[in-house]
Design a protein around this ligand. Structure first.
Ligand code: FE2
Ligand code: FE2
Length: 303
């Protein structure tokens, strides 16, 4: 049980939501390229004072593309993990396997959703934007870590996506309505995933003990450092996309400022917002207050 939820209840809520990809995107629902695609709290374009307002909008859209591509990558990475957790022992909750199988089906649908948006972006934007990869290699590296480390990674990122909608996207009236719709629909289902992740994490923690959880946190932080390196690489790809989109090269001092500030903006978007997420910290703190303190210690570097 987590926050009053068990497998049966979470499955029942999911079955009621159940939207389809073509309810959200299709030829009759185009993206609006006159609008931003990502909230300023993630894009941090105001810090790039050497860009004109029109250039900042272009860059915001490039960051929006990166956000969608990153979640497509994350979904591809976590799907096999949930699939592996789905079989249940006879002594486990009788709704557990059905709830986790439904989770897998939803993540497969989310991949399809992110792909559809990526293709709509690529069809409507002036230049091709680079993205880190290949996704299979990044996913395999993450999954090569311990079950506990990977479970914490999934728990953190799925709680973060929920918060992204609630705190940054929902109230932003300037954003492209299609992107908002995507993130709202994704949140509706992620809301159950985050709690299912907590239930799976509690099962792993029960057999690992509190020392195992503390060791798992160190492994999770290793995954975080690996992702941080890829985010730095993404910042360089974003600079190339920006320069191609605005048709000019930034002067060296502005390039350095761009790379430093945008690396931190990427860190906040994908790492800091996860490490400081209250749902994540609460689930972790319930099994190990020491593990929670360790995360709270490192989180500020990613904010
Ligand atoms: Fe998802
Ligand atoms: Fe999910």
């Amino acid at each position: 049980m987590f926050q009053g939820y068990n497998y049966e209840r979470l499955l029942e809520i999911s079955k009621r939501i159940n939207w389809r990809v073509d309810d959200i995107i299709g030829p009759d629902k185009p993206m609006d390229f006159t609008k931003p695609f990502l909230p300023e709290s993630f894009a941090r374009t105001a810090e790039l004072e050497f860009l004109t307002p029109a250039e900042r909008l272009k860059f915001n859209q490039i960051r929006g593309f990166g956000y969608l591509a990153m979640f497509e990558l994350v979904e591809r990475c976590i799907l096999p993990v949930i699939e592996a957790h789905a079989p249940s022992r006879p002594d486990q909750d009788s709704h557990r396997t059905a709830a986790l199988n439904n989770f897998v089906v939803e993540e497969a649908k989310h991949i399809e959703l992110f792909v559809a948006f990526r293709q709509a972006f690529q069809a409507g934007f002036d230049v091709d934007c680079g993205f880190i990869g290949p996704a299979e290699h990044i996913g395999a590296t993450v999954r090569s870590h311990t079950d506990m480390g990977v479970s914490l990674f999934i728990l953190a990122i799925e709680w973060a996506t929920q918060q992204h909608w609630l705190e940054s996207v929902q109230g932003d009236e300037d954003l492209d309505p299609q992107i908002k719709s995507l993130l709202q629909h994704h949140w509706m289902e992620e809301s159950q995933h985050a709690k299912l992740d907590a239930l799976v994490f509690f099962e792993l923690a029960a057999s690992a003990g509190s020392e195992g959880v503390v060791a798992g946190v160190e492994d999770f932080l290793e995954i975080g450092l690996f992702i941080d390196g890829r985010l730095k690489q993404q910042t360089e790809l974003d600079l190339a996309s920006l320069e191609a989109a605005i048709g000019r090269k930034l002067v060296p001092a502005d390039r350095d400022t761009f790379l430093a500030r945008q690396h931190q903006a990427q860190r906040w978007t994908f790492l800091g917002s996860a490490l400081s997420n209250q749902g994540f910290l609460k689930a972790l703190g319930e099994v190990s207050p020491a593990a929670r303190r360790r995360i709270e210690e490192v989180a500020p570097a990613f904010c």
